[in-house]
Design a protein around this ligand. Structure first.
Ligand SMILES: *Cc1c(COP(=O)(O)O)cnc(C)c1O
Length: 388
């Protein structure tokens, strides 16, 4: 099936039910028919109807759509994207293991790598994602996992999925890709040899800024292994959020295709604007990795970032002057959101750390919603005029 049909019919047959819309099972526990049903749990089989931390029928339905969208055997929902990333990483590694990751990751993932894993005797080496040879040079005999994120936050740098996956696989090392920014509509890491895919489903998969959730998708044996630890860590998805996500998924392809088209239009518009110093968007011919992005992405996503002339103060004024786009973190919803990266990170990172992450004090990240491209361009223009 095409992705357009998968988002509608990917859960067919999961629940034997004649209702067209998915049922929402809120029950925290389920009646067993006999002792055999409980015995199955002890053998590590993922149950749909037992106790809601172990699984849930609505969640299972959503997981089947997500697995198929990511070309994976199985998927597992979590309470948040960070619940998915942390549980997967902790389930796959043990003390003494080594991870290769990128210098640029989502903030929560960066803290997991630099602060939390070392407490459990797991070391991480972080490399420049734009140099695919750097991943290989960082490998050690103890390396068990290579973690990538592409395009990455907030400068939309791209990682060569096929190159990284091939080098890791040749040595029997697992690979895990955070595919939040691209969404499966634009990029399917497993098609390039990546083992596991994670998402913050809070973003495009949910798509309406009304749920927090995460997902891991990949081979059944690995997802089952992660599930076994997940029932102890307890970052389980809520049934209501799984239901909301199923509703959001029905329009995923429509939303992401439109958001990607509008983002490209706005990126081109800003690139020509005299008050803009630089635009970061992998769909632009001027992006240093545009050729690579073209090879592994269908569209380039709904997030772009740009540097406003006039530095920190001009960028701060610009974000405050936007009228259609809200000044808010997160991304992937139907409404446009903009953040001044340096203002958000000031609390947690030093100016040097911000600079190391390649973030200019004038950088604005813009998540394109489903408003018209014309209205959004007009909003950007009036805010730039106000910031001048
Ligand atoms: C938001 C985000 C996360 C974390 O997801 P939550 O749902 O907020 O826990 C992880 N990775 C990326 C790329 C994100 O954008």
């Amino acid at each position: 099936m095409d992705m357009d049909s998968l988002v509608i019919h990917g859960d067919a047959g999961v629940e034997d039910d004649s209702a067209i819309a998915p049922a929402l099972y809120l029950s925290s526990t389920y009646r067993a028919r006999d002792a055999c049903e409980f015995a199955a749990i002890a053998t590590g089989t993922r149950p749909r109807r037992y106790y809601a931390r172990y699984g849930n029928p609505t969640q299972a339905r959503c997981e089947q759509v997500l697995a198929r969208l990511e070309n994976a055997e199985a998927a597992l929902l979590f309470a948040s994207g960070m619940g998915a990333v942390s549980t997967a990483v902790l389930a796959l590694l043990k003390s003494g293991d080594h991870v290769v990751a990128q210098t640029s990751h989502y903030m929560g993932t960066t803290r997991l790598l630099s602060e939390i894993l070392p407490r459990f005797g797991i070391q991480a080496t972080r490399v420049d994602q734009t140099d695919s040879g750097a991943f290989e040079r960082a490998l050690r005999p103890q390396t068990r996992l290579v973690l990538v994120e592409t395009p990455s936050n907030p400068t939309l740098a791209v990682t060569d999925l096929a190159a990284v996956a091939a080098r890791a696989r040749a040595r029997g090392i697992l690979t895990l890709a955070d595919n939040t920014f691209a969404s499966p509509v634009n990029q399917r890491p497993r098609d390039f040899g990546i083992d596991l895919v994670v998402h913050s489903a809070t973003k495009y998969l949910g798509g309406h800024s009304d749920l927090v959730a995460g997902v891991v998708a990949g081979p059944k044996d690995l997802v089952d292994r992660i599930w076994e630890d997940s029932i102890v860590f307890g970052a389980c998805a809520s049934p209501f959020n799984a239901w909301l996500m199923l509703r959001g998924l029905r329009t995923l392809t429509l939303r992401v295709e439109r958001q990607s088209a509008t983002a490209l239009e706005l990126a081109r518009h800003l690139e020509r604007h005299p008050q803009i110093a630089r635009v970061h968007y992998p769909g632009l011919e001027s992006h240093p990795q545009h050729e690579l992005a073209r090879r592994q992405m269908k569209g380039y996503g709904g997030v772009l970032s740009f540097e406003v002339k006039g530095g920190y103060e001009a960028a701060r004024r610009f974000v405050c002057a936007l009228k259609l786009a809200a000044n808010a973190v997160s991304l992937g919803g139907v409404e446009s959101l903009a953040v001044h990266a340096a203002s958000v990170w000031e609390g947690t990172l030093t100016p040097q750390q911000i600079e190391q992450a390649g973030v200019s004090p004038a950088l604005v990240r813009f998540s394109v919603g489903l408003e018209s491209a014309q209205d959004l361009a007009a909003d950007l223009d009036q805010a730039l005029a106000a910031a001048a």
